[in-house]
Design a protein around this ligand. Structure first.
Ligand SMILES: *[C@@H]1O[C@H](CO)[C@@H](O)[C@H](O)[C@H]1NC(C)=O
Ligand SMILES: *[C@@H]1O[C@H](CO)[C@@H](O)[C@H](O)[C@H]1NC(C)=O
Length: 917
């Protein structure tokens, strides 16, 4: 268009130029044109103009090398590349309105770049490698035909790309690396639809890649690497996958975050360099599959998941990433699932620490808690997460606790979360979630959904969750559903049990020639009940309505209702009486290992293997229905953990009830702590005590967090903690699961347990929660620290109760030092660890159940302490994992930050209550 405007002028001048083809008067006429004057001025302002520039015949062709004119005496080209020129450009150069090419690269020109705004015909501008210091304020204005702009390696004062660049609609190549560009990459670059090359490396750019750039369909080369600003370029790089013509992508040495986007199948990428950024996530298969790739550099990011296998010529991916394995190959399924979860959040940098192939291993991933190799808890509150809640959470089948509160999550709560059978706590409060809250059927799940945008139709926009789906404490709905379902299940089970009873009774008649067994109503007499463990709902609370109670009685049965018949056969665990008589030498007194609350324990030999045979007290057991006993056996068989004494078999014979357990050769913890003279054991070292404490905590944690039910031990004490020959501990006597009519009332009235270890609320109200065990555990910790019994009759009355005087002594470190077990030889380190355990014991024995930590907190805390000692002689449980040196500090820090405040006050620490683990 502009060119057309000049056409008449051009025609006007034409006769003039034609008129004077040779030197002489015609030459003089040429010299008189404005353009010629400008070139002559240029010659003057250069300190060393080209030697050929003599005379005034600028357009004559013979003298002014590098100057091109048109027939009208207009200067159309100035090409002075690499002429070692110095000096400046005269401002009059802006009058060369016919100039199409200005190439000055590779000289030493300095000073200001004059305005180019009148050069409407300018096609090529090359200024690279000079010493210019300033650009004109109207830089890039009025250059509609500019195709190539090259201005790299200039010591310019900082400048930012002007919006006027949008007018350079013809621009194909914009190369300005090392040219002091600051500010952001402007979104108006998107107007440059012909752009093929954008090279802006080594500048001071900050900010992100504008999404608008996706319109640059011709862009082949994008070089933004090595920004020199402190902040560098940052943000996600998603847009690069939209650049269909892209061949070279250099983004290295910046601060880009987020994952590599998915590339289209027709991508033409040749050179992909994103080294040295903060990119996260799994390298997409769509990148790996690009056949044109020749050069791939991914090192020093936070890539996760499987290590990619590229066929490109140059591949640099090894250093500084978090791939699950050192070689290409699939990750552990748990890793895959967790990374899918992270993917829902867009692989935030915070979750880049989810690296490697063992989320539950010795360097456990942050934000998780595991039980063995299963993730049981995920805590991602206030992590600034955006994106969505991935349905992949549903693959974490043992997940109990999920906290996603206080983020910016969008989308819906995936329905798949309702399939997590163990989920008992879901907090998604204060996000931007929409849709409806799915119906969770998990019994007593704690659902916290306030502060979201659920149910727009309800008109409740993220207020307090007034609409029924966002009921903050969740959900009458799911509860009543649960009750209905449980009711149906119960009815079915009762029917099956009756049929089973009938069949069993008939079979017994055929088989059993001995004295008949009481076949009284199985759910009759509960008052003489001696059993210690009970099954309660997943939340560990027992204060529920009477109608719900039968459900919990049968929950373990219903979980496995196809095996009702097994309940009476128990998979060959049943042993004949004759075998056990032989094993124990007819219950020889000399074989007695101990006497417990409801039976005598004998040592025995079965098939050459030592076992412990518990002969239940017939006086109390005899009145118990066989079915109940069998049901208990059925549950006990499911309770298997390396820190729980395993049930190997059982025997029923008449009124006899016998249980066969694995034999623990190391005696009881009690014998090792306070009965040393009797037992002849040497005192346990602090390290040994810590290891035992951790073993016990793990056993109890498992009981509390078992798949369908929560088991509460109710009688945790040192004499129920058995040791093996390596002094590793197992909890025993978690006993028999009560199947009697265990309504709230009976639960509240009958207290089993041992004085001294009884939690106050349990002793006074009979209310049983998992915190009852935590209390007892705290008492045991105190006993391990002091070597004293919880109740010592030999001491004056006000010193007899260990818990009381322990807490009293904790106030003064000096006093406390004298109070600890004198047999302990404590280094400074172990003293510190002892103080930590004392602190833990203190909190476990809090008067009120709520402030007491959960067992998994005890495990966490102790495992970090035990880990410090590991080099001495502890073999850590491999599959449960400890914490590495780094993990330890991290974990302690996390503990302190999130849950726990340790102050240096007189009593070592203060404790703020934690409601969960
Ligand atoms: C950047 O340009 C300056 C001249 O302006 C030059 O001296 C320097 O070597 C260049 N740096 C790079 C990294 O090319
Ligand atoms: C999640 O589970 C489903 C069904 O078992 C399976 O198809 C899918 O591959 C799993 N996803 C992950 C990430 O493990």
């Amino acid at each position: 268009m502009e060119r057309e405007r000049f056409l008449p002028l051009l025609l006007l001048l034409l006769p003039l130029a034609v008129a004077g083809p040779g030197p002489g008067p015609a030459a003089a006429a040429t010299a008189m044109t404005a353009d010629v004057a400008v070139i002559l001025e240029l010659a003057k302002s250069l300190t060393n103009p080209p030697p050929s520039w003599t005379g005034k015949d600028v357009c004559g062709g013979a003298y002014f090398n590098g100057i091109t004119c048109n027939g009208a005496g207009r200067v159309t080209g100035i090409n002075l590349a690499n002429k070692q020129l110095s000096g400046t450009l005269p401002s009059s150069i802006s009058n060369l309105t016919a100039l199409q090419s200005l190439q000055l690269q590779g000289n030493a020109l300095k000073g200001d770049v004059p305005s180019l705004a009148q050069m409407a015909s300018l096609d090529t501008l090359a200024l690279d490698g000079n010493a210019f210091t300033t650009l004109p304020p109207d830089f890039l204005e009025g250059l509609p035909l500019l195709r190539k702009l090259s201005m790299a390696d200039l010591p310019l004062k900082p400048w930012s790309i002007p919006d006027a660049i949008a007018g350079c609609a013809a621009l194909q190549d914009f190369s300005a690396f090392n040219a002091s560009i600051s500010g952001h990459l402007p979104a108006v670059l998107a107007n440059l639809t012909s752009l093929q090359m954008l090279r802006l490396s080594y500048n001071y750019l900050t900010g992100g890649l504008p999404m608008e750039l996706e319109g640059l369909a011709e862009l082949q080369t994008l070089e933004l690497n090595n920004q020199k600003s402190d902040a560098k370029m940052s943000g996600p790089i998603d847009v690069v996958a939209k650049l269909q013509s892209l061949q070279t992508l250099w983004l290295q040495s910046n601060s880009f975050t987020g994952p590599i986007p998915e590339f289209g199948s027709n991508s033409q990428l040749v050179d992909f360099n994103v080294r040295d950024n903060q990119l996260t996530g799994v390298v997409p298969a769509s990148l790996i599959g690009i056949t044109s790739l020749q050069d791939v550099k991914l090192s020093n990011n936070y890539f996760q998941g499987p290590k990619p296998s590229f066929t490109a010529k140059t591949v640099d991916i090894d250093s500084g990433n978090g791939f699950c394995l050192n070689d290409p190959g699939p990750c552990d399924p748990l890793v895959t699932t967790l990374l899918e979860v992270a993917s829902g959040f867009g692989y935030p940098l915070d979750l880049a620490k989810w690296a490697g192939n063992n989320p539950c291993g010795s360097t456990r991933w942050p934000d998780l808690l595991c039980n063995k190799m299963d993730v049981t808890q995920i805590r991602l509150s206030g992590k600034n997460l955006s994106g969505m809640i991935s349905p992949a959470f549903a693959n974490l089948t043992r997940l109990q606790y999920l906290d996603l509160s206080n983020n910016q999550l969008t989308g819906v709560i995936p329905d798949s979360l309702t399939t997590l059978a163990n989920l008992n706590h879901l907090d998604v409060s204060n996000n931007h979630l929409t849709g409806r809250v799915p119906e969770f059927k998990q019994p007593d799940i704690k659902l916290i959904t306030a502060g979201n945008w659920f149910g727009e139709s309800g008109g409740d926009n993220g207020g307090g969750g007034g609409s029924s789906p966002s009921n903050p404490t969740g959900s009458r709905n799911s509860k009543s559903n649960a009750v209905t379902i449980v009711g149906i299940v119960l009815a079915v089970i009762l029917l099956v049990v009756c049929v089973g009873l009938f069949l069993h009774h008939r079979r017994r008649k055929n088989v059993d020639k001995f004295s008949p067994v009481s076949t009284k109503s199985p759910f009759g007499e509960s008052e003489t009940e001696m059993m210690k463990i009970q099954v309660v709902g997943t939340n560990g609370h027992s204060n529920r309505s009477g109608s719900a109670a039968p459900a919990e009685l049968f929950s373990h049965v219903s979980a496995d209702s196809t095996n009702i018949a097994d309940l009476f056969d128990s998979h060959g665990m049943q042993l004949p009486m004759s075998v056990l008589l032989k094993a124990t030498n007819n219950f020889d007194e000399g074989y007695i290992l101990g006497r417990g609350g409801f039976g005598v324990v004998f040592k025995g030999t079965l098939n050459g293997k030592l076992v412990a045979v518990k002969r239940c007290d017939s006086g109390t057991m005899g009145t118990k229905g066989l079915q109940e006993f069998m049901a208990e056996i059925d549950v006990l068989r499911k309770v298997r953990h390396r820190h729980l004494v395993a049930l190997l078999g059982y025997c029923t014979h008449g009124n006899e009830r016998l249980l066969v357990y694995e034999y623990m050769s190391g005696g009881t913890l009690r014998e090792h702590l306070c009965d040393l003279q009797q037992s002849g054991y040497t005192p346990l070292t602090w390290t040994q005590r810590m290891t035992i404490a951790l073993d016990v905590a793990r056993g109890i944690e498992y009981l509390h967090g078992l798949a369908q039910e929560t088991f509460i031990h109710r009688d945790l004490k040192p004499s129920n903690i058995l040791l093996d020959q390596d002094l590793r501990a197992k909890v025993s006597d978690f006993g028999l699961v009560k199947l009697a009519k265990d309504t709230d009332k009976s639960m509240m009235t009958r207290v089993a347990g041992t004085f001294g270890y009884l939690a106050p609320e349990y002793a006074t109200t009979g209310k049983v929660t998992t915190k009852v065990d935590v209390y007892a555990y705290g008492v045991i910790l105190m006993e391990m620290i002091t070597g004293r019994k919880v109740l010592d009759d030999s001491l004056p009355e006000d010193e007899a109760h260990l818990v009381t005087i322990f807490k009293r002594n904790m106030i003064d470190k000096q006093k406390f030092r004298k109070f600890v077990d004198p047999t302990l030889e404590l280094s400074a380190e172990s003293w510190n660890s002892l103080l930590e355990v004392a602190d833990l014991a203190h909190h476990c024995t809090a008067r009120e159940p709520n402030p007491r930590p959960d067992m998994c907190h005890c495990v966490n805390r102790l495992s970090s302490l035990v880990d410090q000692w590991k080099p001495t002689n502890i073999v850590e449980d491999d599959e449960e994992g400890g914490t590495s040196e780094m993990g330890l500090h991290e974990q302690l820090a996390r503990w302190r930050r999130n849950d726990f405040t340790i102050s240096d006050s007189d009593s070592f620490s203060t404790y703020t209550s934690r409601k969960y683990c």
